[in-house]
Design a protein around this ligand. Structure first.
Ligand SMILES: [Zn+2]
Length: 293
């Protein structure tokens, strides 16, 4: 079922009906091969909103267990911000965006997708880290270093909408599946964890952009970025934040990129191409913003 109103899959428009069919058949074949290769590990699942077939070889329950453990670990080893005002802002915006996510999934009859989520938003004290992430199960970390670029609640909603967008689209499962295929020949997560616990935990952190050093982070693909941007815009708009703020946020990040390369940019495509992409989605998001007011 479709969650968001507006344009359908842009790929379909470009390729036309017949080519669209070929693309579908190819996608199905690709998934079939991967599933056969991975035998009993899992399979493909449709990404909400864009209806793309995503590779989900890791059972969601295992991913959530690992996520909750790793989140605890991050909180234990990080210094949480003592600034109550900023922490409150992160939680307020985060909870609004999370509610918006729940509303979209409810509309689409897909509430079950996040029924095991336990949303949590924490602000980590680290002015040198320009980053934020959302682990599976709604476990969110924001670093104080990204706040100067967010500047206000709407800017923060751009960041959180985008990160929660990755989570809703199960990009983590897809990245973890691909990483396991590449690193362990498709070993089940539970087996990988028991045989190589440290390496598997490191892989998880890299996949979710939580790695401490930039070298340990895996860049997101353009496809995932585009999906997360689109979902993020809808989430922030429905939460009552002007989606046009996303352009201003990425312009600020663009200026930063010329000075140094923060984590949030090293794992994400150039802001200039992203801004062009976002402009295409803003007309789809604006009605949600107007309705929310
Ligand atoms: Zn991203």
């Amino acid at each position: 079922m479709k969650i968001f109103a507006g344009n359908s899959d842009p790929l379909k428009v470009v390729t036309g009906k017949r080519q669209g069919l070929y693309v579908k058949v190819l996608r199905l074949l690709f998934c079939l091969i991967l599933v056969l290769a991975a035998q009993f590990l899992g399979g493909c699942a449709e990404v909400p909103i864009t209806h793309r077939e995503g590779l989900h070889l890791v059972p969601e329950s295992q991913l959530l267990t690992l996520s909750f453990q790793q989140y605890e670990q991050v909180l234990k080893t990080s210094r949480l911000s003592s600034d109550q005002g900023k922490t409150h802002m992160v939680r307020t915006v985060g909870e609004k965006v999370a509610k918006s996510a729940e509303a979209f999934l409810k509309d689409a009859g897909q509430s079950g997708k996040i029924s095991d989520y336990h949303w949590e938003f924490n602000l980590i004290e680290d002015d040198n880290t320009v980053n934020a992430w959302c682990m599976p199960g709604g476990k969110v970390g924001v670093y104080t270093g990204i706040l100067p670029y967010a500047q206000n609640e709407a800017g923060l909603a751009v960041v959180l909408g985008h990160e929660i967008g990755h989570a809703l689209a199960d990009h983590g499962n897809e990245r973890m599946s691909q990483a396991l295929l590449a690193e362990t020949g498709g070993m089940a997560l539970s087996v990988a964890l028991s045989q190589k616990p440290r390496e598997t935990q490191d892989l998880f952190m890299a996949v979710f952009g939580v790695g401490v050093s930039v070298g340990a982070l895996l860049p997101y693909s353009r496809l995932h970025e585009s999906e997360a941007d689109r979902i993020g815009l809808m989430l922030m708009a429905r939460a009552g934040y002007d989606p046009r703020e996303s352009i201003l946020f990425w312009e600020r990040m663009s200026k930063e990129r010329k000075a140094k390369s923060p984590e949030f940019l090293s794992t994400h495509p150039a802001p200039e191409s992203r801004i062009e992409n976002l402009k295409n989605y803003i007309p789809e998001a604006l009605p949600y913003y107007k309705k929310s007011r």
